[in-house]
Design a protein around this ligand. Sequence first.
Ligand code: URA
Ligand code: SF4
Length: 208
Amino acid sequence: MNSDEFLAQIAEEVQVCKKCDLHFSRKHGVSGEGLTSAEIMFIGEGPGFHENQQGRPFVGAAGRFLDELLELVDMQRQQVFIGNVVKCRPPGNRDPRPEELAACDVFLERQIQAINPKVIVTLGRFSMERFIPHAKISEVHGKAMRIKGRLVVPMYHPAAALHQPSLRSSVEGDFNQLPDLIASAESAPELETNTPEEKPDPKQLSMF
Ligand code: URA
Ligand code: SF4
């Protein structure tokens, strides 16, 4: 299977997944979309109202802001991949629960393996914690870390930044740095941590 087929397969599995309670209220699973060979992957939290209706990531107000942020650095959605840590909408946009994050993680893990991006931009706290456990977003946002060969750049969530001027200028500033960060990807400091992404999982590989 090539990466297009891998990602299509994941999207199909997400639509019928019942591994956590979020499937009860889902209209559409939102596996993510974009270039399957993207160098940059943006990872948000989970679908909101509009995403659940349409089955696409970041299509509401936060999504329009994300589009503006991408424009700041002359990027388009089609050049990147956009996904979330949970693929089904938490009711009323509540925070995803630890057991939901854990149940859904295998999909994100497989997406990262298939896309193999150089850079992962985490949007918001839940996505950051998946890569940099116990970090404080106010301290680490905009700082690139190399995690087992991949550059991870945590940023504030566009939905939070949309209505808070200080976070907004912070996320805009972080986005503006992205091209330089990507260019200097090789020299970013390595973070010593065990990320789920890098755990060898021969079983998973041999399934396909
Ligand atoms: N917020 C997210 O975290 N993800 C989306 O897809 C939409 C809004
Ligand atoms: Fe499955 Fe993830 Fe949806 Fe839970 S959120 S039902 S684990 S796809």
